[in-house]
Design a protein around this ligand. Structure first.
Ligand SMILES: [Zn+2]
Ligand SMILES: [Zn+2]
Length: 143
């Protein structure tokens, strides 16, 4: 199956109408994991030509609501989008350049859900953000 056919199928399975902007945004998020809205906009415009910010925002919201993409927003960072959904993975964020990479859940399934103290809440999600320097930034000599 071609990638375009695969995205087409994903939209249909999520009961979303297949439109060119939706296909283009879905493709951009798959091709650029953890891209912010600007980067997605650039990729979509390369694909479709002129398309409004609002249209791309609307598509991102629809795809996120349908669970086809995931929106993440580490503290102090712009919203980013990724196509890896439904597996409770975490992220490591570079303190210097903002690069983001995936980190699998530490052990087995969602161990972070066992909070030391749950304060009576029924907890169903935990989000961990690791911070540090990416290899490229760590290699830059401090001047
Ligand atoms: Zn970095
Ligand atoms: Zn991720």
């Amino acid at each position: 199956m071609s990638t375009e056919a695969r995205y087409d199928r994903m939209l249909r399975d999520a009961a979303l109408r297949v439109t060119r902007p939706r296909l283009a945004v879905l493709g951009a998020v798959h091709d650029h994991p953890h891209a912010d809205t600007e980067a997605i906009m650039t990729a979509v415009r390369r694909d479709l030509g002129q398309v409004s910010h609002q249209a791309v925002y609307d598509v991102l919201r629809a795809l996120t609501d349908a669970g086809l993409i995931r929106r993440i927003q580490p503290p102090g960072s712009l919203a980013r989008y990724e196509a890896r959904v439904g597996d409770n993975h975490h992220h490591v964020v570079c303190r210097s350049c903002g690069t983001i990479a995936d980190v699998d859940c530490a052990v087995g399934e969602a161990p972070c859900l066992t909070a030391a103290e749950n304060h009576g809440f029924e907890i169903d999600e935990a989000e961990v953000v690791y911070r540090g320097l990416c290899p490229r930034c760590a290699a830059v000599p401090v001047s």
